[in-house]
Design a protein around this ligand. Sequence first.
Ligand code: ADE
Length: 263
Amino acid sequence: MEFVKPSNQMQQKIVGIIGAMPEEINGVVSLLSDCTQTSMGMRTYYTGRINGIKTVVVFSRWGKVAAAATVATLIHEFNITELIFTGVAGAVNDQLHIGDIVIGKRMIQHDMDARPLMPQYEIPLLEKTFFDCDQTQSAIAVKATATLLQNSHLHQLISKEELLAFNIVSPRLFIGDIASGDQFFATSQQKKQLIKQLPATLCVEMEGAAVAQVCFENDIPFAVIRTISDVANEQSHIDFPSFIQKIAGKYSKAIIGNIFSNY
Ligand code: ADE
């Protein structure tokens, strides 16, 4: 007998939420009601409901392989119907500052290079260079983020002193290209090189475009939300851990909470 997987339309909505680090998802896990934990492949999957909607939350660990393995498990073991990635990124466009938020429009793997067999950045055999984020989900993420960035909302979550310690005054929302690769950007030289090659890139991180590829291959709509933790330069090794420890989780929890109230 042929096994027919129900189409996304026929299935009940199950939202997968991934961050790369515990700090990025702990606040989101706290939103789950009736939370249960499942351990699989060295990951802990937290299952429950947010605003009545079935949701699975997990941190993938860093890098493309870790993220791809995690999203494959979410799709095949937990039957998610859509995915949200929430986390931090290093800004490479100089308009962006720490505390700004980027909603991905297109995702690219900046370290994919099978030249001379294929053009630089093209994913072998998929004939794709960019993966498009889902427009409907991204529009909901934009609305949720805009709500957070209204000054009064942000200040309810994070004290003025904490924000000022990171020079966060009037954080802004950007929508555009995000580049992912197995590389932490910690020098201006790395940033310059990337911008020269991929000038439309707003920020860099280490998972999003891998998640995007697996979602594309499995027809799962996805959105990527990244808060700027550092500006991908010689200061990043200080800014990044400090931002992760003090701010990142609060942004993630608030944005995800706002998204679920817009569903
Ligand atoms: N995620 C957050 N900051 C980053 C950086 N500078 N490089 C790569 N990924 C990041």
